[in-house]
Design a binder for this molecule. Structure first.
Ligand code: BGP
Length: 480
């Protein structure tokens, strides 16, 4: 008897994002994005790395998709660069941009790989930043909708899986609270929550429009879910976990699934004077869209621990480990609410990310109980240093181990009643890690490049052959 059962037609996949793989940043009419600009500010990224060339997927997509087909991948999740479609964010469409993504989609379909498209994976047209500060203005809602509708018109008949926003919680937190991502702002929370509210409306209107246009595919958002455990049974720590969940998880999950913000978190923000401002129809639009989403997309990398954080305790502004020097990241939290100390029962990666396969099952159970929605694991993977041997092989057994344990946990969640449609590893080829350069590798396929240079040649790692067997056996190979 096979212990690890996955549904028939389970979508075994892998994911990427345009900025992290494509390169060709100023080619074929592409406009400048916020990231093209941000990475040029000294000190923002590890060794000043940019996505100018990235792993040159723009020119090598046929080779990369052929490798996916060789592996037997069932779905490929990738994002579209808004700046290739609308170089100025709106106005005239760039046909070359549409053609590029049409070729990617067709190449996938040729091999029977289901394309899963992320509409927005963080690269915003710089023109919209200059005109009205991007997501800070409600003007973004209509421009986003116009961009998304262009994609639906162009690809709606070929693409059946759509992800509106990738990790809204991360791009807004790092963009407006801690200044680590563009636009690099520190805020007391007022703008952060307004930016999120605007992003929720962009998502909601996009979902509603997709349905109105008559499409029957699946649509939802992808959320970076960090499930939490209380430090111990001290009630003050238990309540810090409850508050953490409301402020860091359910603020987004509830909005996608119910069209409402969690009440206690809203009260807390109102008391602080930083709650988002609603316009007349907002509540209605958000609720209507919540009824139309088809799945909850989740990017899962780690869980966290919650402990009460005194008023003079740690802040959200701790140093992030972007070097791979273990232990260089700092503990963060919100004074008076929670902090996130290390979990003494779990190991961490070289970038101080907690490794916790059980967290994956935990979040599937939570989503199933709370929302009764199908789940797409749209990212999960291990960022690690890889070494290429003299014979060009790469023995990434630690990555195999990581994915294996997470998949076992996912199979248990399925066995316990969770409906999981897809599992995408992050990532297929190695790629640019936003702040961590090229040395933090995630792929099944090694790309010969470092922070400065490289041939960009592709080499299959041991994990490539292992995941191929997992797909071939629909998960049975996990037993081995
Ligand atoms: C997620 C993003 C991805 C990817 C991944 C790994 O938050 O959606 O784009 O980058 O994390 O993160 P990192 O590159 O920081 O290691």
């Amino acid at each position: 008897m096979n212990k690890y059962k996955f549904p028939e037609n389970f979508l075994w996949g892998s994911a990427s994002a345009a900025y992290q793989i494509e390169g060709a940043y100023n080619i074929d009419g592409k406009g400048m994005s916020n990231w093209d600009k941000f990475v040029r500010i000294p000190g923002k990224t590890f060794k000043g790395t940019t996505g100018d060339i990235a792993v040159d997927h723009y020119h090598r997509y046929k080779e990369d998709i052929a490798l996916m087909a060789e592996m037997g991948l069932k779905t490929y999740r990738f994002s579209i660069a808004w700046t290739r479609i609308y170089p100025q964010g709106k106005g005239e469409v760039n046909q070359k941009g549409l053609e590029f993504y049409e070729s990617i989609i067709d190449e996938c379909l040729k091999y029977g790989i289901e394309p899963m498209v992320t509409i927005y994976h963080w690269d915003l047209p710089q023109a919209l930043v200059e005109e009205y500060n991007g997501f800070e203005s409600r003007k973004i809602i209509d421009d986003f909708l116009n961009y998304a509708e262009t994609l639906f018109r162009a690809f709606g008949n070929k693409v059946k899986y759509w992800i509106t926003l990738n990790e809204q919680n991360i791009f807004t937190s790092l963009g407006w609270l801690t200044a680590q991502h563009p636009p690099g702002k520190f805020d007391d929370g007022k703008m952060f929550y307004q930016v999120n509210h605007n992003a929720f409306l962009a998502h909601a209107k996009t979902v509603l429009s997709y349905r109105k246009m008559g499409f029957t595919g699946k649509i939802g958002a992808s959320f970076a879910y960090t499930p939490s455990y209380p430090l111990d049974c001290n009630p003050i720590n238990i309540m810090s976990k409850v508050n953490y969940d409301d402020l860091k998880n359910f603020w987004w999950l509830d909005m996608y699934a119910y069209g409402e913000y969690p009440r206690a978190a809203m009260k807390y923000l109102e008391k602080k004077g930083i709650a988002p401002v609603f316009y007349e129809d907002d509540a209605e639009i958000l609720k209507a869209a919540a009824k139309e989403i088809s799945f909850m997309g989740v990017n899962y990398y780690q869980s966290c621990v919650c402990e009460y954080n005194p008023l003079d305790g740690v802040t959200p502004y701790g140093t992030m480990n972007t070097t791979g020097i273990k232990g260089s990241g700092q503990i963060t939290g919100i004074p008076g609410v929670y902090k996130n100390p290390q979990n003494k029962f779990l190991k961490t990666t070289d970038w101080d990310w907690t490794i916790d396969p059980v967290g994956l099952k935990y979040l599937c159970r939570e989503i199933t109980s709370r929302y009764r929605l199908p789940i797409i694991i749209s990212e999960n993977g291990l960022g690690a240093f890889d070494k290429q041997e003299d014979d060009k092989s790469i023995h990434d057994i630690y990555r195999i181990e990581y994915i294996k344990e997470h998949l076992k946990s996912l199979a248990e969640a399925i066995d316990e009643g969770c409906e999981v449609l897809a599992y995408c590893t992050w990532s297929f080829t190695d790629l640019l890690s936003w702040l961590n350069g090229y040395q933090k590798r995630y792929g099944f396929v090694y790309v010969d490049r470092n922070e400065e240079t490289g041939s960009l040649n592709r080499y299959k790692k041991d994990s490539f052959y292992w995941y191929k067997k997992i797909i071939e056996t629909n998960g049975e190979f996990l037993e081995k």
